[in-house]
Design a protein around this ligand. Sequence first.
Ligand code: NAD
Length: 258
Amino acid sequence: MRLKDKIVILTGAASGIGRATAILFAKEGAIQIISDINKEGLKETYKLITKGKENTIIMKVDVTKPAEIKDMIDITIEKYGRIDILICNAGVVKVGPIEDFPDEDYDLLIDVNLKGTYYTCKYTVPYFKKQRYGVIITLSSVAAHMGKIYHANYCSTKSGVLGFTRALSLDLAPYGIRVNSVSPGATDTPMLQNDVSKQAKDRGVDYNVVKREFEEERVMGRWARPEEIATGILFLATDESSYINGVDLRIDGGWKIR
Ligand SMILES: NC(=O)c1ccc[n+]([C@@H]2O[C@H](COP(=O)([O-])OP(=O)(O)OC[C@H]3O[C@@H](n4cnc5c(N)ncnc54)[C@H](O)[C@@H]3O)[C@@H](O)[C@H]2O)c1
């Protein structure tokens, strides 16, 4: 097992990439606190864990509420005495033309994608520094590497995550802490499905028409499965990547090569 007895905190575990990561990490022997704003989804993730359930704790945490994040981290330390791996995965996407973009959607993008990542790291880092060990993995996106129609605000938050991760890796390297990001390409999760549904509705065309266009745009002609992103997160979490620091691992099927 590649993560035997590693203490892991994972946000956004009720769905998609977070869920696939929780299932994979449990199989690999991790002791996990899996969190999300969506308690029902978390319970579903817990049900889907076939191996390692006894080492999984679910916690309802809204990453836009710093006090809830801090509690999760403090409780983990009280219970286990350390944290080995932090995965800042919780994220939202909101799309649309800038002139009609609701201000509350803009605030949500900032609060979840940027500030959520910042606060989760902020409260974990003091423990990592004391341990002189730790691994942080953030979720950026291929949207940080290229423009996408109507995604300006989402792109800006994911570019922010990329810059944050890169710079933080410099600060923390002297303490034996590695900080890397993963940039998924189009991945078949509720996030992308909702994104495609909205575009289909706005254009008055069928969901499958937009989906097909999205897929044809990709070098590999298909979306990723969430499990294909989780394996990249796993690699960065283990000591197999012990000399990998400050990188962004694009898992986009080659989309960005074009
Ligand atoms: N699906 C893709 O194509 C894609 C591509 C690039 C990057 N990403 C990134 O990967 C990450 C996971 O996305 P996904 O595709 O699995 O999406 P998803 O919508 O399936 O899962 C995101 C999870 O984050 C949770 N979340 C949202 N707001 C939260 C909050 N305030 N507090 C706690 N949890 C909250 C949701 O409840 C959900 O369970 C995100 O950061 C996303 O931006 C996804």
